[in-house]
Design a protein around this ligand. Sequence first.
Ligand code: 38G
Length: 285
Amino acid sequence: MAQFNLQNVEDFYEIGEILGSGHFGQVRELRERASGVSWAGKFVKLRRSVSSRLGLERKSVEREVEILQALQHTNIMALKDVFESRAEVVIVVELIRGGELFDFVAEKENLTEIEAIEFLKQILKGVAFMHSKQIAHFDLKPENIMLSDKKVEHPEIKIIDFGLAQRLTPGEEYRSLCGTPQYIGPEVINYEPLSVASDMWSIGVITYILLSGLSPFQGDTDEETLRNIVDMKYEFEEQYFSQTSDMAKDFIEKLLIKEPSERMTAEECLLHPWIKPLTRKQAAN
Ligand SMILES: COc1cc(-c2ccc3ncc(-c4cccc([C@@H](O)NCCN(C)C)c4)n3n2)ccc1O
């Protein structure tokens, strides 16, 4: 069993404002007393008994921490420290000040292909790194992709929230119904064995949204959204994609494939001509 720092987090950090909250717990700004540097702390309540539904099981927090310890990459939020008390674990990570990609895109309606490619290259590098360690995120969506500083010309992408992430063992099946309806692949809905390819489906959905502002499978209800996914019911509506290159649509089509093993891998995405033009002429398209 992993042992976290049993000292009091408040002896080392001044606890600041709530930055956000969700299924994962509460994220607060932490100011390191020794250096004055600000960090982000995710406060996770631990389940008090096996019968309780409140809080997270300690082993799921241990899994998330082990995954974060394995993922040192510039496009993945960096782990700093972990504190534990009887009822709570505090995961201390780098503070990301640029907000969610979701909000950045919403403010701009949608992005140019060049802007989208710049973000996608970074997302793909972070995802390729985690997949190289057989780690799948399983909840990739614009809200979990943040920007280091949105005021700079080229904001750096930071992938956050590894609460649903899993280190996959070859030969061992992993199934789960978790995730966010708009972004999960058909294999999740059908409760089939999952792989890192499920993240590639999510990247296809994220790309579609970045270029159009629309969510390809979104229905009026979650049930309708899930039905649209298993039926592969999406299209490039002319009204929203008339200015989108065929190369960009090809990139999306090579990810929104029902059979997970037929989707591009993150490494293959980085070599796709839309992302890595073969010629200057292609780059001009
Ligand atoms: C360690 O685990 C997490 C860290 C973070 C995290 C890390 C650094 C960091 N800097 C700023 C923020 C931040 C700022 C505003 C809102 C949020 C969060 O509530 N929304 C993020 C997306 N959400 C859907 C998880 C997070 N964060 N959030 C978010 C979710 C996690 O499961």
